[in-house]
Design a protein around this ligand. Structure first.
Ligand code: ZN
Ligand code: ZN
Length: 275
C-alpha cells in the first residue's frame, strides 16, 4: 500500500471522489484533477465504487473497467497544475471479500489505498439499502454496527468512510431526529473500535450537500452527536466531500472544517511515498 496517513497541513485536499464510471456520477479523472488545480489543492484521491466478487451492481466498476480506471489515474498524475493523483476504490465491506480486496486491488492493480464502507446490510436473506430509509430499525442498526466494527478490525482500509451514516433520520427510535440511546451506543461501539485499531474515520460532508439539495429538515450526516463522542478519544479524522460531480469537489468542505475545529478533532490526510 503506497498511500500513508500524514498530519493535515493548512490546505484541504479531497480523497473521496467518484467518476462517470460508477454510472451515478459525472466527470472524469482529468476533469477533477483540473478542478483540483483551480481550487489550489496539492493532491486528489479517487475512490470509485469497487467491483466485488460476483458483483452485478451497475453502480460499481465492473471487473473489466478496473485496469483502465487505474491507468487513467496514473496518466493524470501531476499533469494538471502539478496536482498529484492517488488511485483507490471504495469497497462495500464484506468479511468474505477481504482477501480479494488485498490481492486484487492492492497487490495486482497496485492501487494506493482502499476506502471501507457499509452501504448495504447483508444478512443472508435480504439486502437492506441503508440509503433508502426503508426497513432500518434496531435490528438493522445492530447489523450495521457489527459489520462496521469488523471493517475497522480488518485494518485493511486506509480510512473508514461515513461511519455515522446510520444516524441519518431513520426509524431507529422514537426521536424524530433519528438519534436516540441506541444510536448513542452504536456510535460509542464504533468509535471505541476505531480507537483500539488506530483507524482513521471519515467526516463525509456529502450528507450536508444532499440535505441542502433535497431539502431535508436536518443534516443527515455528518452527525454532530457522533463527532462529539469522537472528540473524547484521540481518533484521526479525514475530511472528504464524496464528490460525484465537479461542483461537489469542494462542496461543504468549510462546514466540515468548522465541525473539526468545534470539536477539536485531529485532522489527517493521505500522502504517498511515490510522490
Ligand atoms: Zn460511500
Ligand atoms: Zn463514495
Amino acid at each position: 500500500m503506497k498511500a500513508r496517513i500524514v498530519p493535515a497541513g493548512s490546505k484541504w485536499n479531497n480523497f473521496h471522489t467518484h467518476t462517470y464510471r460508477c454510472r451515478h456520477a459525472e466527470g472524469d479523472i482529468e476533469d477533477f484533477a483540473k478542478r483540483a488545480a483551480e481550487l489550489n489543492m496539492d493532491i486528489i484521491g479517487f475512490s470509485e465504487h469497487a467491483y466485488l466478487p460476483g458483483d452485478e451492481n451497475p453502480f460499481h466498476l465492473s471487473l473489466s473497467e478496473v485496469p483502465e480506471y487505474t491507468e487513467a489515474c496514473r496518466a493524470a498524475d501531476g499533469q494538471y497544475g502539478g496536482v498529484k493523483v492517488l488511485c483507490g476504490v471504495e469497497c462495500d465491506y464484506d468479511p468474505s471479500d477481504e482477501a480479494f480486496f488485498r490481492e486484487f486491488y492492492l497487490d495486482k492493480m497496485g492501487m494506493d489505498y482502499l476506502v471501507g464502507s457499509v452501504h448495504e446490510l447483508k444478512d443472508g436473506r435480504d439486502i437492506l439499502d441503508c440509503f433508502s430509509n426503508r426497513h432500518f430499525g434496531l435490528e438493522e442498526l445492530k447489523i450495521y454496527t457489527g459489520l462496521y466494527i469488523k471493517l475497522i478490525e480488518s485494518r485493511l482500509f486506509t480510512f473508514c468512510a461515513h461511519p455515522d451514516l446510520f444516524g441519518r433520520p431513520i426509524e431507529i427510535g422514537a426521536d424524530p431526529s433519528g438519534w436516540d440511546a441506541n444510536a448513542e451506543s452504536a456510535a460509542k461501539e464504533i468509535i471505541e473500535a476505531a480507537a483500539a485499531n488506530s483507524s482513521v474515520l471519515e467526516i463525509n460532508v456529502s450528507g450536508a450537500w444532499k440535505t441542502a439539495t433535497k431539502g431535508y429538515p436536518a443534516i443527515i450526516y455528518p452527525r454532530r452527536e457522533f463527532w462529539e463522542i469522537a472528540s473524547d478519544y484521540d481518533i484521526p479524522v479525514i475530511l472528504n466531500t464524496d464528490a460525484h460531480s465537479l461542483e461537489r469537489l469542494d462542496a461543504f468542505a468549510d462546514y466540515g472544517m468548522d465541525l473539526i475545529r468545534e470539536y477539536g478533532l485531529r485532522r489527517v490526510e493521505l500522502g504517498c511515498d511515490r510522490l
